[in-house]
Design a binder for this molecule. Sequence first.
Ligand code: HEM
Length: 487
Amino acid sequence: MEFSLDVIVKKHWYETRIIIDAMVLPCLCIVMVLVLTYLISTTIKPKNYPPGPKWYPLFGCNNLLNARTTKSTSQWKVISDLAKEYSTNVLGLKMGNERVVVVYGENNIRQVSFDKEFDSRPDSFFLRLRCFGKRIGITFVDGKLWREHRHFAFKALKNEGYGKQFMHEEIKKALRNITNYIDNSDGVPREYIKEQRIQRIIDLMSARSKAFTMAGGWLNQWPWLRFIAPDWTGYSIIQKMNKELSDIIEETINKHKQELVKGNDFIYTFLDEVYKQKQTFTEDQLKGICLDFLIASTQTTGNSFGFMMLALIRNPAMQEKVYQEIITTFGEEDPAFSDIGRLVYTNAFFAETQRYHTVALFSGARRTVSDVIVDGYTIPINTTVLVSLGDLHSDPKHWDEPNIFNPERFIDENGKLKMSPYSHPFGLGRRRCPGEPLSRPFLLTALVTIVKRYRIESSNGELPSEEPIVGILAEPRPFIARCIKRK
Ligand code: HEM
């Protein structure tokens, strides 16, 4: 018998086509059902999840948040208003595919700040990107690594004079440079920073803060967007900033390795541990800690300083009261930092600035390491938790007329300074800011030095706006201050 090969192949192909055609439709249906089931499942809230807006497939609550933020310019305010709309102190959101819970009220804030279940930080694309793509440093690591390095850094810095007289002398030196610069500027408005590289980094940090929210924005939720829209997602800004910071840190570490830097400092102390090959003490980790210190200190302290100047300009009578207190207490003498505590009104003015112009409206993001109950609601494991310090600082339950700038609220009936248990500009608990012993003396000494020497006014007679620009942090809108020498 003769067979034509061509006929056989065609026949088999024809039969196979029939089978494939018969399978395609069911397969397509199965894929569609699976995709639909997945999409629907992303809109279902976990049992007893805190109240909040409806979740949509892929976007969660992003559409609502973005639409409202575009109108109000502050995502923190939008979220705060949502909590009021839902009459809740624990707001349940979903941003893209990330569950985010925001807590309000003293008790809930204390629970999140102090309970071990909330000690960890989220491990997201955005946060890894912020740390050169790794889990390094102090701010965004957890567990043993975080405890060990937070403790080590604090101890090493203290040994080198952190929080002590030596540091206060260094602060005074830095402030003298600033006042000399103002004195020599002949009343012409100038930017203080002379070094272009530092200026570039500060500009990039500010652009990054404005481009992102505390939960990381679109880039965090859909990292692949960076390939399509690197500028719009803020990816380009972070990459540029990382490159500048990485260069500056590596250069400084290399100078230390070649012993070109005089004296002892944190980098030398850390490098000693690297040379001893102590576990977890690597150059990468050192880079991470330097990065943390640079990022966590620059904008927070800079913005606080800006708000302090703004408050002086907007409240000239209070500025005069601060000046009179400094002069009657110390005369022409420059007080030591330990004596600044005697200036009751000045300290109250500073405390009110930190309350009224809260820089960290949300404290650092936390991550739950198990299911936890807060205020009767269940927050599932691996949920990002934000603490609203800004709302605590303006809660009418704790503050009379919170929307009025009034330093007197920090003074008791005996004329003594009265610190409030509801003001926490540096956060609370084990993750509380370790930079406070540097920032607070710097800002207070700056306040005393500047008010004693100059009267601060607006440069064009108009009061600058007190409405902040809000991103990751709150920042004052740019304004030019005139420093008029008092004598
Ligand atoms: C006015 C200035 C500052 C403000 C308002 C501020 C505020 C904060 C806040 C609210 C947190 C989060 C706390 C939490 O998650 O519960 C924090 C964390 C942190 N801050 Fe600051 N900070 C300031 C200055 C500084 C400075 C000068 C440094 C460094 C020398 C610094 C280093 C850090 C670090 C490393 C963390 C992370 C701590 C951890 O995760 O264990 N901060 N800061």
